[in-house]
Write a protein that binds this ligand. Structure first.
Ligand code: PAF
Length: 282
């Protein structure tokens, strides 16, 4: 497995890998790799000849009061996991390799970041697009894989690919879950034992809302308020819990046939922010 730290070296190695039109798949990560990431790598493997993983905790997608400093990092363990998955190349740059000291340009997002995580984490998706745009330009993959757990991220990146004309196929991998339903996340490492036992409550609330909608509820607001109270009683602090349009990423009051929706929630358990979602097609 090749491990690169500079853009020039990455491009050189990729030129060799791309020999004879070999397909390259990219799995961008911030490290602290868990089975969710490994499922992205395995999906990537099915769609390309070579898999490239990037490991970079992107400072531009963290707010000033967020967990950039404490975000889990262990490059050696991550590299071992990539080696076991037979990843061909890992690009793990330093901050100074990726970001210039001077900063004159930024990416602005209209409306599709107003709600969900975009609503509660100002600047987050601008930071995500900045790094993903760079990684797309550095790696030039044929296909890139992102997880459904970060559904808004996937949909905003899809808009970027379309509007900035990246010639890249995007694939969304299903949410990988622990046996009790908790969506896997690097941030789960922050949970105490008690919080870890409580954490699957978010998934159960989403499932409950989905079941009710499947059974014909088409104005879910009361149902959602009730689930919020249940979660609060268990010790969760609600950031958001709602049904959003798959197309506009805005909350919807009345669901209609032939439309796609995202039942999504973000909650705090102590100092850990958890997100999860389920898709529903009526
Ligand atoms: O989903 C993540 O881990 C990050 O947002 C990403 C896509 C690697 C960009 O830093």
């Amino acid at each position: 497995m090749l491990v690169t730290h500079t853009i020039d070296n990455t491009r050189e190695e990729l030129d060799k890998l791309r020999n004879n039109n070999k397909r390259i798949a990219l799995v961008p990560t911030m490290g602290a790799l868990h089975n969710g990431h490994l499922s992205l790598i395995r999906l990537a493997r099915r769609h390309a000849d070579h898999v490239v993983v990037t490991i970079f905790v992107n400072p531009k997608q963290f707010g000033p009061a967020e967990d950039f400093d404490s975000y889990p990092r262990d490059l050696d363990i991550d590299l071992e996991k990539c080696r076991n998955e037979k990843v061909e190349l890992v690009f793990a740059p330093e901050r100074s390799e990726v970001y210039d000291q001077d900063n004159y340009l930024s990416i602005r997002i209209e409306s599709i970041n107003r709600y969900m995580c975009g609503g509660s984490r100002p600047g987050f998706f601008e930071g995500v697009l900045l790094i993903v745009n760079k990684l797309f330009n550095i790696i030039k993959p044929d296909v890139a894989i992102f997880g459904q757990k970060d559904i808004q991220q996937f949909l905003i990146i899809s808009r970027m690919v379309k509007e900035f004309n990246h010639n890249i196929e995007l694939l969304m991998a299903p949410v990988e879950r622990a046996n009790d339903g908790l969506a896997l996340s690097s941030r789960n490492a922050y949970l105490s034992d008690h919080e870890r036992a409580t954490a699957p409550g978010l998934f159960r609330s989403l499932q409950y809302i989905k079941n009710q909608i499947d059974q014909g509820v088409n104005t879910p607001s009361l149902l959602i308020e009730h689930q919020k109270s249940e979660l609060e009683a268990k010790g969760f602090k609600i950031d958001y819990l709602d049904v959003f349009s798959f197309k506009t990423l805005e909350p919807v009051n009345t669901l209609s046939k032939d439309s796609g929706y995202i039942i999504a929630g973000a909650v705090w358990l102590g100092k850990t922010r958890l997100i999860d979602n389920l898709l529903i097609e009526l």
